[in-house]
Write a protein that binds this ligand. Sequence first.
Ligand code: AMP
Ligand code: ZN
Length: 133
Amino acid sequence: MNDCIFCKIIRKEVPAYIVYEDEHSVAFLDINPISLGHILVVPKKHYERITDMPEDYLKEFMASVQKVAKIIETKLSRDYNIVVNHGSKAGQIINHVHFHIIPRYGQEQLFIWTTHKLTEEEAEKILDTLKGV
Ligand code: AMP
Ligand code: ZN
């Protein structure tokens, strides 16, 4: 047993607006939605990051994410973002893997990215860091 709020939702100890459930995953409405129908899909087993999950279990979980995405496409919008935050700098608040599926209707303020043109020097440096991956 742990204190994780999402584990409590999975164990039905804390109420949630569950929209989908199967053997491996639960999907429920985010209580602070960016748009109507903003859903969180979570694996039933507690892992902090997708990199912690055994590959087979991650595959089962991704099949559940796809099912929920199909529900969103059919019932709400074919435009949506799937977002996963890992680590505090990336905005992860709940340390239990969760995929946000956020339907887009056109008015949402989300992902105002500040970018720059990649330089050759930057590209070479980062490729050097990543090489062997
Ligand atoms: P993240 O910032 O990626 O960790 O996202 C955590 C999300 O969980 C936030 O969007 C919260 O609004 C949502 N959240 C936190 N507690 C609950 C809860 N009890 N039921 C539904 N959503 C929750
Ligand atoms: Zn948990």
